[in-house]
Design a protein around this ligand. Structure first.
Ligand SMILES: Nc1ncnc2c1ncn2[C@@H]1O[C@H](COP(=O)(O)OP(=O)(O)O)[C@@H](O)[C@H]1O
Ligand SMILES: [Mg+2]
Length: 357
């Protein structure tokens, strides 16, 4: 079919997996770039005995078996962090005598299964997390409903209190489901950002106004810090304020009364990026937990009460920062956090600056 050898070689080089061609004397005849990269020493000059290149006896045996039987062989090595699926396929050349049944060459391909396994594990964790987050409030609702049934005739006041508690749980569940749908929409790229030039200062001031009542209720001071606020950023006028609201919401949640929260913006020197930040004097985040807080469902303190913080950004399921990251990255920005335990945290993200026409 394809006669051009160069074309065949280019084809093998283009494959995103290691490919090795071995002859029936167990000599390695060809290895594509991908395979050579796995070999830490210098590029070997071929042909070479396969055993010299592959230190893995099981793999060499797999190749031998393919040569002996003329049939495709495959095995999976799953353990110790290395996960490969090896497949050896005979190449029957048109000139080989059919009587011997011995293939002139065999091809060994190696597929990295680590990524597949990681995805499978993430999927399992995700389902386990959702189930956990749903079960806890559902159990409360069930228990509350049972108690309510008993109290409804005898103690109307107590019954009223139970109804309110049920409402809190239902609100939590509603916001959890809304956050899950939002995150899945963002992750699958189905949520379109409606980009327009927006004034950095206005974004900050609007969020400040929206969050002031909650901050006052929790007796934390909320103020702004604006440098070059007139700068126009390219952003979605609904999504970015929600990211800021989420960050301020978290800051209020994790800052004891008497503390201080700053919402700010400034231009990054020498770059066409505007930075937005939310800084608090709250409990802080331990260094080992810091890299994980943007993961779905990650919470540093699972025992915290959530009653006060139902609503946007405060669902308490650990999805707020994962959503924030998706939104910021969909804008071409980056989000990060810095923190010192006992002193406070700063969350910052960047947005591209609009080019004035
Ligand atoms: N300002 C903050 N100070 C301390 N910890 C924070 C702050 N913001 C977020 N965190 C930590 O990151 C976790 C994830 O935040 P988030 O995704 O918003 O989830 P949630 O608010 O539902 O707990 C929080 O549970 C908390 O442990
Ligand atoms: Mg949150």
């Amino acid at each position: 079919m394809i006669q051009d050898e160069q074309l065949l070689i280019s084809l093998l080089e283009a494959l995103p997996l290691p490919v090795l061609v071995i002859d029936h004397d167990l000599m390695l005849r060809y290895a594509n770039q991908y395979a050579l990269r796995l070999h830490d020493t210098q590029t070997p000059s071929l042909p070479l005995p396969l055993e010299q290149v592959l230190q893995n006896t099981a793999l060499v045996q797999l190749v031998q078996k393919c040569i002996a039987t003329g049939m495709t062989q495959s095995s999976t090595e799953d353990g110790d962090g290395v996960m490969w699926r090896a497949t050896v396929t005979p190449l029957l050349s048109s000139t080989a005598s059919p009587a011997t049944q011995r293939p002139a060459y065999v091809v060994l391909t190696l597929e990295d299964l680590a990524a597949v396994r990681r995805a499978e594990r993430a999927q399992r964790d995700f389902i386990a997390n959702i189930s956990h987050e749903l079960r806890t409030p559902l159990t409360s609702v069930r228990l509350l409903a049972e108690t309510l049934e008993d109290a409804i005739d005898t103690d109307p006041e107590k019954a009223q209190a139970f109804v309110e508690k049920i409402e809190v749980e239902v609100q939590y569940l509603t916001s959890l489901v809304a956050e899950l749908l939002e995150l899945s929409g963002l992750e699958s790229g189905h949520v379109m950002m409606n980009m327009e030039p927006l004034e950095a200062e206005r974004l900050v001031r609007e969020v400040m106004a929206r969050m002031l009542p909650l901050a006052q209720r929790h007796r934390v001071l909320l103020r702004t810090e604006i440098e070059q606020g007139k700068t126009l950023v390219v952003a979605d006028s609904k999504q970015i304020p929600r990211v800021l609201v989420n960050l301020v919401h978290n800051a209020i949640k994790f800052t004891p009364s008497g503390g201080q929260i700053v919402i700010g913006t400034r231009r990054l020197p020498g770059q066409s990026l505007q930075s937005f930040f939310v800084r608090d004097t709250g409990v802080g985040i331990r260094p080992e937990e810091l890299p994980r807080i943007f993961e779905r469902f990650y919470k540093t303190n699972r025992s915290r009460t959530k009653e006060d913080f139902v609503g946007p950004g405060g669902g308490g399921a650990g999805l707020g920062l994962a959503i924030a990251r998706q939104v910021v990255e969909a804008h071409g920005g980056r989000i990060s956090a810095e923190s010192t335990v006992g002193q406070g945290s700063t969350f910052l993200f960047t947005l591209p600056i609009a080019i004035r026409s």
